[in-house]
Ligand binder design. Structure first.
Ligand SMILES: [Zn+2]
Length: 421
């Protein structure tokens, strides 16, 4: 949902450009010119309904044939070709068509995701041909929103009326109604998801609450935002880990990073899906520090072995984690880290989390090896930089890199497991 002021083109200019483009069809030109007052007066009714959120009151065409006259002498077919041919294809109209589309800077005004490659008729032209070329009815949108979700559908009651990007109540854009929860399924957050939901302000009208919820479900925004967030999440979590290292505290580091990220998004709409994602993360990390507090994290006690594929194990093998407390640790500290490791089921969780990362790293090594021709050198050049970072000593990824390094380099194993084809 992105707000935009209505296109600045006068309806009159659009009608003129269609007349200009139809030079080969004098009869059509005359019908369009004669019908101008009728089109303009219908556009006034549209405008008034739109600004009162009552466009659902506009009567659709019903079952008529394409020769049915809609506005003075203009037929359904005339109005469809005014859009399809004279606005979209002929040079004079196309300039206006493109200008209306480009105003959105490629952001779809219905979902606010990138990829606005088409113009959608807010009131579909199949049912409302009289608004085929009315600029306020033309909305830059992505094909997913326009063709897959909206198609020829239109509202017949207030509750079904989707957000109009040009004519909507200020509150819909200025107040927050889109929220999300960060749901880490595991401590390693490898399967974390962001779940979006709608929660409009209490003091809104019932109809407005229902309308934003309808908009959210109609365009399948929960699923689509969730997918986009998942793509961003890995990168966000990696950045947070770097902040974690810098600040020495997960909560502090994450909070600072997320506050900045959410603030940057402040310039965007309140219901921007990325801003909402940062807020969800901030909420989680501000309140769920327990999960992230690793005991005795200044000294290494987490270790792992790389179990190479072979003996019935499939590629890429696996990483087995275990606790080996440092000799300098006190007995109570040793006991604490063992309990922490066992009670949280970390052997299994880290091992599962490592699966994907292991494959990524092995493929990198393989690629590097094909350049350098040396396994040991390739392993070193890929793994050593990963260990130089400032991640804490019991970080499962760091421990995994150590395990690989000792397997391939320190023990000088000169062969890599061959990946499956
Ligand atoms: Zn869209």
């Amino acid at each position: 949902m992105k707000r935009l002021t209505p296109p600045g083109f006068l309806y009159d200019d659009i009608i003129k450009s269609c007349i200009e483009g139809a030079a080969s069809d004098i009869a059509f030109q005359k019908r369009l010119d004669d019908s101008k007052p009728s089109l303009l007066s219908k556009s006034v009714a549209y405008f008034n309904n739109a600004k009162n959120q009552t466009l659902y009151l506009q009567a659709p065409l019903g079952k008529v044939d394409s020769n049915h006259t809609v506005a003075h002498t203009l037929t359904v077919a005339d109005l469809h070709s005014a859009y399809d041919t004279y606005l979209r294809e002929r040079k004079s109209g196309r300039e206006i068509y493109d200008a209306i589309k480009l105003r959105a800077h490629e952001i779809c005004l219905y979902c606010a995701l990138p990829g606005a490659s088409t113009l959608d008729h807010y009131l579909p032209k199949a049912h409302f041909p009289e608004f085929s070329i009315f600029p306020n009815n033309l909305v830059p949108s992505c094909t997913k929103c326009n063709e897959d979700e909206k198609g020829q559908k239109f509202a017949t009651s207030i509750n079904e009326q989707i957000i109009h990007p040009y004519h909507e109540k200020d509150a819909v854009f200025q107040q927050q109604w889109l929220y999300a929860d960060f749901l880490p399924k595991s401590l390693t957050r490898s399967e974390a998801i962001i779940e979006y939901y709608v929660s409009p302000p209490e003091n809104w009208d019932d109809a407005d609450k229902k309308r934003v919820a309808h908009h959210f479900h109609f365009f399948k925004l929960g699923k689509r935002y969730g997918t986009n967030a998942a793509v961003h999440l890995n990168q966000v979590i990696e950045t947070m880990e770097a902040y974690h290292a810098d600040y020495g505290s997960y909560t502090e580091g994450c909070k600072r990073y997320l506050q900045v990220a959410a603030k940057v998004r402040d310039n965007q709409a309140n219901n921007d899906w990325r801003r909402v994602m940062y807020e969800a993360l901030l909420g989680y990390y501000s309140h769920n520090v327990r999960d992230l507090h690793v005991p005795h994290d200044s000294i290494q006690w987490l270790h792992a072995d790389f179990i190479a594929p072979g003996h019935g194990r499939s590629w890429p093998g696996r990483i087995e984690y275990y606790v080996a407390p440092h000799p300098n640790m006190s007995d109570s500290a040793k006991e604490e880290v063992i309990t922490y490791f066992e009670n949280n089921g970390l052997a299994r969780e880290y091992s599962e989390a490592a699966e994907k990362e292991l494959e990524v790293v092995l493929r990198k090594i393989e690629k590097s090896c094909s350049r350098s021709g040396s396994y040991v050198r390739a392993c070193g050049s890929v793994l050593e930089p990963l260990l130089v970072g400032t991640s804490p000593p019991n970080d499962w990824k760091r421990v995994m890199y150590q395990a690989l390094l000792s397997h391939y380099v320190w023990f000088k194993t000169y062969s890599m497991p061959s990946p499956p084809n």
